[in-house]
Write a protein that binds this ligand. Sequence first.
Ligand SMILES: Cc1ncc(C[n+]2csc(CCOP(=O)(O)OP(=O)(O)O)c2C)c(N)n1
Ligand SMILES: [Mg+2]
Length: 618
Amino acid sequence: MMEGHRMCSNDNYSVAEEHGAGTSTGAGDPAFVERPLPGTGGEATFGSDVVAEALRAVGVPYIALNPGASYRGLHDSLVNHLGNEAPTMLLCLHEEHAVAIAHGYAKVTGRAMAAAVHSNVGLFHATMAIFNAWCDRMPVIVIGATGPVDAMKRRPWIDWIHTARDQGAIVRNYVKWDDQPASPAAARESIYRGAWLAQTAPMAPVYINLDAGMQEEKLTEPLAPLDAARYCPKVQTAPAFDPLAQAADWLRAARNPVILAGRASRDVKAWNERVELAERIQARVATDLKIGASFPTDHPLHIGAPSVFPGTEVLDAMRGADVILSLDWVDLGGTLRAAFGNAMPKTKVIQVSLDHTVHNGWSMDHQALPAVDLFLASDPDATAPLLSEAIGIAARGVAAPAVQLCAKPSLPTHGGPLAVEHLALGLRQAVGRRDVSLLHLPLSWNGAWWPLRHPLDFIGSDGGGGIGGGPGISIGAALALRDSGRLPIAICGDGDFLMGSTAIWTAAHYRIPLLFVVANNRSFYNDEVHQERVARMRDRRVENKWIGQRIADPDVDIVKMARAQGAVGFGPVTSALDMIPAFENAIRAVEAGSVAVVDVRVEPGYTPSMTASLTRSS
Ligand SMILES: Cc1ncc(C[n+]2csc(CCOP(=O)(O)OP(=O)(O)O)c2C)c(N)n1
Ligand SMILES: [Mg+2]
């Protein structure tokens, strides 16, 4: 916990640069789990060899997949032409996990992995995870397949049902770009373009659909080499000079500026530059539990605790502000409405974002249209240091009291029922001084329970509100964190965990250590809250809210589900007395290279602000 009043300088909340995540070496590496016998190697001979080489050329390290005959050509090329290295396959039990793993990997590294899904049916399974990554603005190269497009080459029945006229239409509304290249050379260009677009801000998934016929056909002649780097140029996303200077003038003169610190990279330098900007202008800063940590939550300038829906402290600070600087805040329009009602805010609003470039008419994830006085069409990470420089004044220490983040710092000593808060306290106690990355949090989480002091302390939520993404996203993130020295912990609701639970096998199989803690209230409790609300509005029986919601009778044996897939399982933990030893044993298992799952039985309950936001009637 933070001590109370104190002066802090830049240094207190800056984070030292460290070695990067995601470069795995040596034993236990997923690349060593499934080693093929030496293949043919040499020159590309088939269309799919060209595709595999292109994936390697753009730096795709892993390809999470569920197999299918539509891409059997590519599958062979990855194994027998490239030797299952760079990219290495990660077999998944469901396409949703394959995309979620790639999504989680991107959340840590900012880089795209690939996910391969069979024809239309695999893509159908993958859709929710693609939508999650889309809303989260995370890059994934989704490889699909179809055909043979030439009907004369199709096998009876199966090739026909697994061919679609326009397969990309299944996902076109929530990917940045899609393609169905007709030749190996076009497929190579498509992979280069896809990798480039997916990883250029605003980042998002892309979908590339490979004709089975094109994959399996022999090359008539070798392709001239193309240097992938020249086809994936770095795109500069700095702001134009005039709006930058104007923003700097407003912020320099502001008496009560507020920064809404939204989507940001996991880059330590960018984190420190954000802290510096806030300290220069003494701006109070709000952060968002939907997305990765963007500012130290126990910094004196941080407003209250981070939450999914902005709480009263954030809204009050906005009302008292003379300038609001949004750094790509998710739902700026809705947040302004929550603070100022439907009237236009009198406060000056500066928006820094590139997000408008991917807004479309199908998905409403662009959120409400905000009133904005100055728009900097630029990447917030690149903009913050430029703003600091243009503002000119030096960063000052902050004399405000540090935020008390931990409300009730003691665990019950009795064996009574556990709340999610107890789970959080027990877990913090068990992890001690380790560097922890929280990879997922349940809806019942309160941001006050766990200070976030580093961009990798919390990587954000699923993006699209698609339950079941938690396990897969967490495994992809843990893969990226393998050599980071951080303890990866995912805390999932039981509903989320159960929907995504067969992702565990992939983590166990490829030796991706992480700790899952299931906040098991044996319910899709979120929706109990809604049924309660409806019953109250209609003056009906609130007591019936559990029907069609409770995951009990029988209770699911989560520990057995974990063990059945090669993870180690602990629990069910029902009292505080058992909780710390269970966590300690689980952490030891993770540090020894295992996947560990702890089932903690908790009482249902959400924070008041979450309940209020969920149940707000129209
Ligand atoms: C794919 C999907 N199905 C249904 C929902 C609706 N939904 C939102 S939260 C939730 C309950 C999640 O249960 P759990 O993870 O156990 O969290 P709890 O609410 O119990 O804390 C459901 C069903 C959703 N968001 N996504
Ligand atoms: Mg639940």
